[in-house]
Design a protein around this ligand. Structure first.
Ligand SMILES: Cc1cc2nc3c(=O)[nH]c(=O)nc-3n(C[C@H](O)[C@H](O)[C@H](O)COP(=O)(O)O)c2cc1C
Length: 171
């Protein structure tokens, strides 16, 4: 898929089919995160795949929208260190992973953390780390529109986003 079309057509998917991901697709998702750039190439982030059912339930209970964590084929916590622009770096890695997934027709959604303490207990990360986001991945429950069926400009025009004039200024 054309990179701009991939970016323009990415929409969050929250309803997942009960179907597992191919191992190669899962690997591409994680590699897309691993290869993302970071401040001074510190790579102060790591990705925790939550496979254990009991821990997954704890992770679900720690985020705002719990159902898609329960139903996802793959749940990845993006854990960041304390130093540097870690939120920015985590965002770069997270979006890379979601775009790689989208390229394989796999849906995804980021999740805000509602209960960091509970999440820390589940994942067992140290006090010097925090979870930037929990990403869910899975094939969409409902067939999604083929990204190639619209142009990138049409995808952009259909997106629920604030107008260009509000977002982009020139000085
Ligand atoms: C930092 C962050 C936290 C988010 N948290 C949640 C969340 O807790 N639950 C959820 O369903 N979506 C969450 N989202 C997804 C946003 O709702 C979504 O990106 C936005 O509505 C645009 O969706 P669209 O691309 O499908 O139009 C989050 C996104 C970001 C960037």
């Amino acid at each position: 898929m054309d990179a701009y079309l991939a970016v323009a057509s990415k929409r969050e998917v929250r309803d997942y089919a009960p179907r597992s991901l191919e191992a190669a697709a899962e690997r591409r998702i994680l590699e897309a995160g691993r290869v993302a750039g970071s401040s001074k190439n510190r790579q102060a982030r790591r990705f925790v795949i939550v496979r254990d059912e009991r821990l997954r339930e704890e992770v679900a209970a720690s985020v705002y929208a719990q159902d898609h964590v329960r139903a996802a084929a793959l749940v990845v916590a993006v854990v960041v260190g304390a130093k540097g622009p870690t939120a920015f770096d985590a965002g770069r890695a997270a979006q890379n992973m979601m775009l790689a997934a989208s390229n394989d027709a796999i849906g995804s959604c980021p999740n805000g953390i509602a209960d960091a303490k509970r999440l820390r207990a589940a994942l067992g990360h140290g006090e010097d780390e925090s979870v930037a986001t929990v990403l869910t991945f899975g094939y969409p429950a409902k067939a999604r529109r083929d990204p190639e069926s619209l142009t990138a400009d049409e995808w952009v025009a259909r997106a629920d986003r604030r107008p260009w004039e509000e977002i982009v200024t020139e000085l």
